[in-house]
Ligand binder design. Structure first.
Ligand code: NDP
Ligand code: ZN
Length: 353
């Protein structure tokens, strides 16, 4: 079968591989809609998780099951499914302790395009199909549902880690597709002021539609000063980091009230350390918490998030700015994600009509 792969750090291309084989609990799926992620860019061009040879890329997919293992109970060939980016081993000790993302070791629930071939292939393998796949609800388009695999669940996880409470004031740093879903998640969880930090006009417009109440342009002055001025010097209750660089943490800590929380979902692709400013962190005693997490996966999460789409509480179609028809366009879509033209939020490739 054909797949689009990371050949080595900095190099991508089409390769031929054997069709994957399903174990007793697994499924083999063919993609209906797939999307490249900024994480694929960090992985290939920053070498952020180290060298990988001839590894098929991609971890965002909606697909059709072509084969299931002998022990799979709830799915059969022909079922259309949402495939989460993160597919944990649910029996692992890490999963039992509540951190399924790290089943088998740090970040090991993230298998596609990390520890095994990803979804940019004619067929891909899903471990523990009953626990990791969710049926695509009737009436939801694959190109909209593929936003659930990673963008929605990640943005919402930023809001969960920041522990948004009714009436909280929240800064969301970065309003690419992940940050936009953090805005939507914070809004659904009851935030009051949502200060969205970005610069591209298209993203700014959509951020307002998802619930941002104020926009901060990081290219037009220091974002800490802008937040402080908008909050009469008080700062905010919560910060979600969905973009920026290693210095963004210092800014987030500075703009946070004592007792505030930071939920980081940004993938730190470069550098050795992040800095915590001593005084702004209350000389170590400010009760300002930082949680950074890999997005959750699994069937239950996908089913719950899909139900927000079914009930009309979440519209992911605003994220999808570029739609390609035909599997062979995956390279173009990935390059768009790398180059980030001003009008791009998220490209999707529809594998067939
Ligand atoms: P984008 O590149 O589309 O968006 C990044 C955002 O950050 C843009 O709004 C950009 O603004 C803004 N930004 C850039 N530089 C700064 C700065 N110095 N200060 C403040 N804001 C800045 O990325 P995505 O939304 O696709 O992804 C966001 C991150 O989430 C990536 O690192 C990705 O790898 C990661 N990720 C993490 C996952 C997880 O499991 N935790 C899963 C999926 C993705 P502008 O408007 O100018 O472009
Ligand atoms: Zn991703």
């Amino acid at each position: 079968m054909k797949g689009f792969a990371m050949l080595e750090i900095g190099k991508v291309g089409w390769i031929e591989k054997d069709k994957p084989v399903a174990g007793p609990l697994d499924a083999i799926v063919r993609p209906l809609a797939i999307a490249p992620c900024t994480s694929d860019i960090h992985t290939v061009w920053s070498g952020a998780i180290g060298e990988r040879h001839n590894m098929i890329l991609g971890h965002e997919a909606v697909g059709e099951i072509v084969e299931v293992g002998s022990h799979v109970k709830d799915f059969k060939p022909g079922d259309k499914v949402i495939v989460p980016a993160i597919t944990p081993d649910w029996g692992s000790l890490e999963a039992q302790s509540g951190y399924s993302q790290h089943s088998g070791g740090m970040l090991s629930g993230w298998k596609f395009s990390n520890f095994k071939d990803g979804v940019f292939a004619e067929y891909f393998h899903v471990n523990e199909a009953d626990a990791n796949l969710a049926l695509l609800p009737e009436g939801i388009k694959p190109q909209d549902a593929v936003m659930l695999s990673d963008m929605v669940v990640t943005g919402f996880h930023g809001a969960e880690m920041a522990d948004i409470r009714l009436g909280d004031s929240v800064v969301v740093i970065g309003i690419g597709p992940v940050g936009l879903m953090a805005v939507a998640g914070a809004n659904l969880m009851g935030a009051s002021h949502i200060y969205a930090v970005g610069s591209r006009p298209n993203c700014v417009k959509i951020a307002k539609e998802y619930g941002a109440t104020e926009i901060i342009n990081y290219k037009k002055g220091d974002i800490v000063e802008q937040v402080m001025s908008l909050t009469n010097g008080k700062g905010v209750d919560k910060v979600i980091i969905a973009g920026g660089n290693n210095d963004t943490f210092a800014q987030a800590i500075t703009m946070l009230k004592p007792g505030g929380k930071i939920g980081n979902i940004n993938y730190l692709g470069e550098g050795e350390f992040i800095k915590i400013p001593r005084v702004e962190w209350g000389v170590g005693m400010g009760h300002k918490q930082i949680v950074g997490g890999l997005t959750p996966g699994g069937r239950l999460k996908m089913e719950k998030l899909a139900s927000l789409m079914v009930t009309g509480k979440l519209d992911t179609s605003k994220l999808v700015t570029h739609v390609f028809k035909g599997f062979e366009h995956i390279e173009e879509a990935l390059m768009l994600m790398k180059d980030k033209p001003a009008d791009l939020i998220k490209p999707v490739v529809i594998c067939e009509d």
